[in-house]
Design a protein around this ligand. Structure first.
Ligand SMILES: NC(=O)c1ccc[n+]([C@@H]2O[C@H](COP(=O)([O-])OP(=O)(O)OC[C@H]3O[C@@H](n4cnc5c(N)ncnc54)[C@H](O)[C@@H]3O)[C@@H](O)[C@H]2O)c1
Length: 451
C-alpha cells in the first residue's frame, strides 16, 4: 500500500509569547465586556474558562496507542491569560464595568469581584456613521476631515495603547454592532482603490472597514465577530497579504448556527433528505435591537443562510436537497435580554421519501456562548501572527458562521471537520504528526502510516 499520509512536518518557527498581549475590541457591549470580565475572573481563580478551546481543549498527539493528550496551551505557545490586557472603542463613554452592568449578562456578585479592573477599561472614541447602524446614536465618536484621517487616528490609538499599557503586541476582534448590509463596490476591489476611497470619503466605506484597515496597517491580526462586511472585502484581504497580517471572519458561531453545523452534517452524512428548515429567535439585548433594523438584519440573514446551502449542496445531492425551504427570523423581544431563545423546525425525509420532523429549542445565553469564541479567536490570531501566517486563517472557521476562504474554495461548515482542521494546524505548528484518522496502522497495514 502506498504511503499516503501522516508525515511529520517540520516544526514551524513561532516567536515566543513574551510580554503582554493587547486584545482590542471595537465595541464594548455585551460580548466584549463578558469576555473582559470572564478573563479577569478566571485570572482571579473565581471562575473557569468553560467553552474555550485554548484553555480547556485537549488534542491527541501521536498514535492512539500512545495515549498522549495535551492541553492546547501546553503544546503550542498561546499567550497566557495573565498577560492579556483589554482595550476597546465605543460610541458610548461608559467604562467596561458600567457597560457590563447595563448588558446584564453577568450577575452582580461576579461583576463586583472584578469591578476595579473593569472600571479602568475606558473606551476610546469610536469611528461611527449612523448610516451603517440605524438604531444607535452615540456622541463618543471621532471627527476627521476624511475617512483616511479617521483611520490614522485609530492607528495612533493602537500605538498609544500599546505604549501606555506596556504591551508587546495586539490583536483586534470586532465586537461592535452589525452594520447595514452593503455589498462590495469598485472601491473595495483593490488596496489602491480603497485608499483613494478613504481619502475621498467614499460613502460605501463603512466604519468597520476603517478599523480593519487601521489594524492591518499596524500589523495587528484582525478577526470579525459580526456579519458586517469588512475583512471580507478583496481590498482588505489584499492588504493583509501585503502586510503579512492574519485575518479571519465572519460572525461568531455561537447559538443556533453552532447547532446547525452539528446537526446538518449529521443528516447529510446519513443521506437523509431535508425539505425545510425554519429557524426563529427572540432576543432582547442591544444586538437584538440593532438587528431589528432590516439593513442590519440582512447582513445577519446572509451570514446565517450560507451554512445550510453549503452543507446541503443541491448540486451534489439533487434528490435530497433541491427544494429546501430555509427561513431565518430574529425578533427583538426586550424581556429576554441577552438570554436568546431559538427554535428550529426541521422537516426531513428518509427511506423511500417518508417524512419526519426534528424540533430544537435552544434556550441559550448569547454572550456566554460568544465570549470564549472571541477569546480563542484572539489568542489563535496572535499565535498565527507569531507563526508568520498571513491573510485568511481558514483553520479558524471552527469559530465562524460564514468563514472567509480564498476565492474559488468552498468554505467548510461541518463543525467536526473544522475541529480536525484546527487541531491539525496546531499539530503542524508544534511539529507533531498530522492525524488523518485512517487508522490502518493499528491493523498491521503500513506501520508509521495513517494515524
Ligand atoms: N452574542 C452572540 O452570540 C453573537 C454571535 C455572533 C455575532 N455577534 C455579533 O457580535 C457583535 C457584538 O454583539 P453584542 O451582543 O456585544 O452587541 P452590543 O450591542 O451589546 O455591543 C455592541 C457595541 O458596539 C458599539 N458600537 C456600535 N458601532 C460601533 C463602532 N463603529 N465603533 C465602536 N463601537 C461601536 C455599541 O455602542 C455597543 O456598545 C454584534 O455585531 C453581534 O451581531 C454576537
Amino acid at each position: 500500500m502506498a504511503n499516503t499520509t501522516s508525515t511529520s512536518p517540520k516544526k514551524v518557527t513561532i516567536a515566543p509569547a513574551k510580554g503582554k498581549l493587547a486584545i482590542l475590541t471595537p465595541g464594548m457591549g455585551a460580548v466584549a465586556t463578558t469576555l473582559y470580565a470572564g478573563v479577569l475572573a478566571v485570572n482571579k481563580g473565581i471562575a473557569k474558562p468553560i467553552g474555550s478551546h485554548t484553555q480547556m481543549g485537549k488534542v491527541r498527539l501521536g498514535k492512539r496507542t500512545e495515549n498522549r493528550y495535551a492541553t492546547v496551551k501546553d503544546f503550542v505557545p498561546t499567550a497566557n491569560l495573565k498577560d492579556v490586557v483589554f482595550g476597546g472603542w465605543d460610541i458610548f463613554p461608559e467604562n467596561a464595568y458600567e457597560a457590563a452592568s447595563h448588558a446584564k449578562v453577568l450577575e452582580k456578585d461576579l461583576l463586583e469581584q472584578v469591578k476595579d479592573e473593569l472600571s479602568k477599561i475606558k473606551p476610546m472614541k469610536a469611528v461611527f456613521d449612523q448610516n451603517f447602524v440605524k438604531r444607535l446614536e452615540g456622541k463618543h465618536v471621532k471627527t476627521g476631515k476624511t475617512k483616511m484621517d479617521l483611520a490614522e487616528q485609530l492607528r495612533q490609538d493602537i500605538r498609544d495603547f500599546l505604549k501606555t499599557n506596556g504591551c508587546d503586541r495586539a490583536v483586534m476582534v470586532w465586537c461592535a454592532s452589525t452594520e447595514v448590509y452593503t455589498p462590495a463596490t469598485a472601491v473595495h476591489q483593490s488596496v489602491k482603490a480603497f485608499e483613494e476611497g478613504l481619502r475621498n470619503n467614499d460613502p460605501s466605506i463603512s466604519p468597520s472597514q476603517i478599523y480593519t484597515y487601521a489594524a492591518i496597517k499596524e500589523r495587528v491580526p484582525y478577526a470579525n465577530g459580526s456579519p458586517s462586511l469588512s475583512v471580507e472585502m478583496p481590498a482588505l484581504q489584499e492588504l493583509a497579504n501585503e502586510m503579512g497580517c492574519p485575518i479571519a471572519g465572519s460572525d461568531f458561531k455561537t447559538g443556533q448556527t453552532l447547532i446547525k453545523t452539528v446537526l446538518a452534517p449529521g443528516l447529510r452524512n446519513r443521506q437523509l433528505g431535508v425539505a425545510g428548515w425554519y429557524s426563529t429567535n427572540i432576543l432582547g439585548n442591544r444586538d437584538g435591537e440593532v438587528l431589528d433594523d432590516p439593513g442590519s438584519f440582512k447582513a445577519k440573514e446572509v451570514s446565517k443562510s450560507g451554512v445550510l446551502e453549503d452543507i446541503f449542496s443541491k448540486e451534489q445531492y439533487p434528490d435530497l436537497y433541491s427544494n429546501i425551504s430555509h427561513v431565518v427570523r430574529i425578533n427583538y423581544y426586550p424581556p429576554r435580554g441577552d438570554n436568546k431563545e431559538g427554535w428550529d423546525n426541521i422537516d426531513i425525509f428518509g427511506w423511500l421519501g417518508y417524512p419526519m420532523q426534528i424540533k430544537v429549542n435552544f434556550l441559550c445565553r448569547d454572550s456566554i456562548l460568544a465570549a470564549p469564541v472571541a477569546l480563542d479567536l484572539a489568542l489563535y490570531m496572535d499565535l498565527a501572527g507569531r507563526a508568520n501566517m498571513r491573510g485568511i486563517q481558514e483553520w479558524l472557521s471552527f469559530y465562524l458562521k460564514a468563514p472567509i476562504v480564498k476565492p474559488g474554495l468552498r468554505p467548510e461548515h461541518d463543525l467536526s471537520v473544522q475541529l480536525l482542521k484546527l487541531e491539525n494546524t496546531l499539530r503542524f505548528f508544534a511539529g507533531e504528526e498530522l492525524i488523518n484518522h485512517l487508522g490502518l496502522t493499528y491493523y498491521g497495514v503500513d506501520e508509521g502510516d495513517s494515524l
